[in-house]
Design a protein around this ligand. Structure first.
Ligand SMILES: [Zn+2]
Length: 114
Protein backbone atom coordinates (compact mmCIF):
# COMPACT_ATOMS: atom_id res chain seq x y z
CA UNK A 1 0.00 0.00 0.00
CA UNK A 2 1.32 3.40 -1.06
CA UNK A 3 -0.02 5.14 2.06
CA UNK A 4 1.84 2.75 4.36
CA UNK A 5 5.21 3.70 2.84
CA UNK A 6 4.19 7.36 3.08
CA UNK A 7 3.46 6.81 6.79
CA UNK A 8 6.79 5.06 7.26
CA UNK A 9 8.80 7.89 5.70
CA UNK A 10 6.75 10.34 7.75
CA UNK A 11 7.70 8.44 10.91
CA UNK A 12 11.34 8.45 9.80
CA UNK A 13 11.17 12.26 9.77
CA UNK A 14 9.40 12.26 13.14
CA UNK A 15 12.08 9.97 14.59
CA UNK A 16 14.81 12.34 13.44
CA UNK A 17 13.00 15.31 14.99
CA UNK A 18 12.41 13.35 18.22
CA UNK A 19 16.09 12.44 18.46
CA UNK A 20 17.13 16.07 17.91
CA UNK A 21 14.87 17.16 20.78
CA UNK A 22 15.61 14.16 23.03
CA UNK A 23 11.90 13.36 23.11
CA UNK A 24 10.62 10.42 25.13
CA UNK A 25 7.35 10.08 23.22
CA UNK A 26 5.41 11.68 20.39
CA UNK A 27 1.91 12.95 21.19
CA UNK A 28 0.63 14.41 17.94
CA UNK A 29 1.81 14.62 14.34
CA UNK A 30 0.37 17.42 12.22
CA UNK A 31 0.38 16.78 8.50
CA UNK A 32 -0.75 18.97 5.61
CA UNK A 33 -2.18 17.02 2.68
CA UNK A 34 -3.38 18.53 -0.59
CA UNK A 35 -5.72 16.87 -3.10
CA UNK A 36 -2.89 16.76 -5.68
CA UNK A 37 -0.42 15.00 -3.39
CA UNK A 38 -1.56 11.57 -4.60
CA UNK A 39 -2.32 10.50 -1.04
CA UNK A 40 -5.77 9.77 0.40
CA UNK A 41 -6.11 11.17 3.94
CA UNK A 42 -8.49 8.32 4.92
CA UNK A 43 -6.01 5.66 3.76
CA UNK A 44 -3.22 7.50 5.53
CA UNK A 45 -5.21 7.44 8.77
CA UNK A 46 -5.86 3.71 8.46
CA UNK A 47 -2.22 2.93 7.61
CA UNK A 48 -0.86 5.04 10.45
CA UNK A 49 -1.56 2.62 13.36
CA UNK A 50 0.34 -0.12 11.47
CA UNK A 51 3.29 2.14 10.72
CA UNK A 52 3.58 3.67 14.20
CA UNK A 53 3.68 0.33 16.10
CA UNK A 54 6.94 -0.19 18.04
CA UNK A 55 8.10 3.33 17.26
CA UNK A 56 8.53 6.37 19.51
CA UNK A 57 5.19 7.50 18.06
CA UNK A 58 3.33 4.34 19.09
CA UNK A 59 0.78 6.38 21.05
CA UNK A 60 0.69 9.36 18.72
CA UNK A 61 -2.33 10.84 17.00
CA UNK A 62 -2.12 11.77 13.33
CA UNK A 63 -3.82 15.11 12.63
CA UNK A 64 -4.35 15.71 8.93
CA UNK A 65 -5.08 19.19 7.66
CA UNK A 66 -6.54 19.00 4.18
CA UNK A 67 -5.25 21.85 2.04
CA UNK A 68 -7.28 23.64 -0.65
CA UNK A 69 -6.19 23.90 -4.26
CA UNK A 70 -5.15 27.48 -5.00
CA UNK A 71 -3.75 28.81 -8.25
CA UNK A 72 -2.29 32.16 -9.33
CA UNK A 73 -3.18 33.30 -12.83
CA UNK A 74 -0.29 34.35 -15.08
CA UNK A 75 -2.63 36.54 -17.13
CA UNK A 76 -4.67 38.50 -14.57
CA UNK A 77 -2.66 37.57 -11.44
CA UNK A 78 -5.76 36.61 -9.47
CA UNK A 79 -5.35 33.95 -6.78
CA UNK A 80 -8.35 31.66 -6.82
CA UNK A 81 -9.50 28.20 -5.79
CA UNK A 82 -9.41 25.51 -8.46
CA UNK A 83 -10.48 21.91 -8.93
CA UNK A 84 -7.99 19.05 -9.09
CA UNK A 85 -8.81 18.23 -12.71
CA UNK A 86 -9.31 21.86 -13.86
CA UNK A 87 -6.54 24.19 -12.74
CA UNK A 88 -8.13 27.24 -14.36
CA UNK A 89 -8.16 30.84 -13.17
CA UNK A 90 -11.38 31.54 -11.26
CA UNK A 91 -11.41 35.17 -12.49
CA UNK A 92 -10.70 35.04 -16.23
CA UNK A 93 -10.72 31.29 -16.93
CA UNK A 94 -7.17 31.26 -18.28
CA UNK A 95 -5.35 27.91 -18.12
CA UNK A 96 -1.91 29.49 -17.59
CA UNK A 97 -1.91 29.20 -13.85
CA UNK A 98 0.71 28.45 -11.28
CA UNK A 99 -0.09 26.12 -8.38
CA UNK A 100 0.13 27.88 -5.01
CA UNK A 101 -1.29 25.13 -2.83
CA UNK A 102 -2.82 21.69 -3.21
CA UNK A 103 0.11 19.29 -3.69
CA UNK A 104 1.31 19.36 -0.08
CA UNK A 105 2.45 16.28 1.74
CA UNK A 106 4.12 18.14 4.50
CA UNK A 107 5.01 17.41 8.08
CA UNK A 108 3.85 20.64 9.67
CA UNK A 109 4.76 20.09 13.31
CA UNK A 110 5.16 17.49 16.00
CA UNK A 111 4.01 17.60 19.61
CA UNK A 112 6.29 15.59 21.85
CA UNK A 113 7.18 14.89 25.44
CA UNK A 114 10.78 15.48 26.42
ZN1 LIG B 1 -6.94 35.07 -14.67
Amino acid sequence: MHELSVCQSLLDQVNTIAAEHHATSIEKIFLQVGPLSGVEPELLQSAFPIARADSIAAGAELVIQQMPIQVRCKTCHAETAAKANRLLCGECGDWQTELLSGDELLLERVEMLT
